[in-house]
Design a protein around this ligand. Structure first.
Ligand SMILES: [Zn+2]
Ligand SMILES: [Zn+2]
Length: 329
């Protein structure tokens, strides 16, 4: 199974400002010249030098809002999760295939309908090409109403009826698996101010849990109850880490979590790998990197605590997701 992250920012698209790009270029050039000076004036290889820079000093984490793609190993089944501003880029990819000729189809699953998860839809090019079939899925019954609202004057120049592609609406049953081609998925409820459903995907013997947006007010097995299978034994868990631990305590009922909450669930449920996303639009790349360091310390403490109490915990691989990240399971 392959997972492509095209939007990992929460709440609002938040590109770097030109002044921030300039500042970063200036800092990188300064470091490059410094490393050349250390080498007695010899110019270091540019690519080797850039590889030494941490994410927050170079490309950063990206500013597009949530959209990921899940692809089966053979490449035959492709599903999109959420229509944040990141889905615009996926649309361009699809144009290279049958969708570019009006003979394609696309499948988009929605977690919920907050703007950051819809805002890319009017710029998902395959939806405008006659002949394409766009299948959209959600547990919430108001999916057709939501599409009518997104594609409606005066918010957008075209009404839903004027889109070229045919839209097919599919209402999902809570916690009931559905299979499209080579991928099976099951919706489980998350903890968000408006109903929000995460998904467990299974394909090619691998599993992925998409757990964004969630405040993770339920952490224990008892609290999670029927939604526990979303997390159990996952090969990859994608989790909401909009806030640092202190912010999460301050922002009760805002619908987002800190990485530590996901880490606790992952450690207990034997998750093999975790990627955190839905980064706060107000967080700079260096702030996200500090949150990452905080998570590293939290995990170390949890592992030490477990060792002292004789508990056997498997340490998961983990990181903070960035735009353009491709993960093969
Ligand atoms: Zn969101
Ligand atoms: Zn939301």
């Amino acid at each position: 199974m392959r997972v492509i992250f095209r939007g990992v920012r929460g709440s609002l698209p938040s590109p770097l400002l030109p002044s921030q790009v300039e500042e970063r270029v200036r800092a990188v050039l300064g470091e490059y010249l410094q490393s050349a000076a250390v080498k007695g004036g010899d110019q270091p290889d540019v690519n080797d030098f850039l590889k030494t820079l941490p994410r927050e000093k170079l490309g950063g984490f990206g500013g597009n809002t949530p959209s990921i793609e899940v692809i089966s190993k053979s490449g035959q089944t492709r599903l999109f999760v959420d229509g944040g501003s990141g889905i615009r880029l996926a649309g361009y990819d699809l144009l290279a295939g049958p969708c570019g000729k009006g003979k394609g189809e696309a499948h988009i699953l929605f977690t919920h309908f907050h703007w950051d998860h819809l805002i890319g839809l009017p710029f998902f090019t395959p939806i405008f090409i006659p002949g394409n079939e766009i299948h959209v899925y959600a547990v919430q019954p108001d999916l057709p109403e939501v599409f009518k609202t997104v594609f409606k004057k005066p918010y957008f120049p075209l009404n839903l009826e004027q889109l070229g592609a045919k839209i097919h609406y599919h209402q999902l049953e809570p916690r009931k698996p559905m299979t499209i081609g080579e991928i099976t998925f099951t919706p489980y409820q998350l903890d968000h101010p408006d109903p929000c459903w995460g998904y467990r995907f299974e394909a090619d013997g691998k599993s992925l849990g998409y757990c964004v947006d969630t405040e993770a007010t339920r952490v224990s097995r008892d609290e999670l109850g029927p939604d526990l299978p979303l997390y159990q034994g996952l090969d990859l868990m994608v989790f909401d880490a909009q806030y640092t631990l202190m912010e999460a305590i301050e922002k009760v009922n805002w619908g987002h979590a800190a990485a530590a909450l996901g880490m606790d669930i992952a450690l207990r449920e034997g998750v093999k790998k975790i990627l955190f996303m839905h980064h706060d639009p107000a967080s700079s790349d260096s702030k996200i990197s500090s949150a990452r360091e905080q998570t590293e310390r939290y995990l170390e403490t949890q592992m030490k605590g477990a060792k002292r109490s004789g508990q056997v915990l498997r340490e998961p691989a983990w990181d903070y997701a960035f735009e353009g990240l491709v993960v093969d399971l």
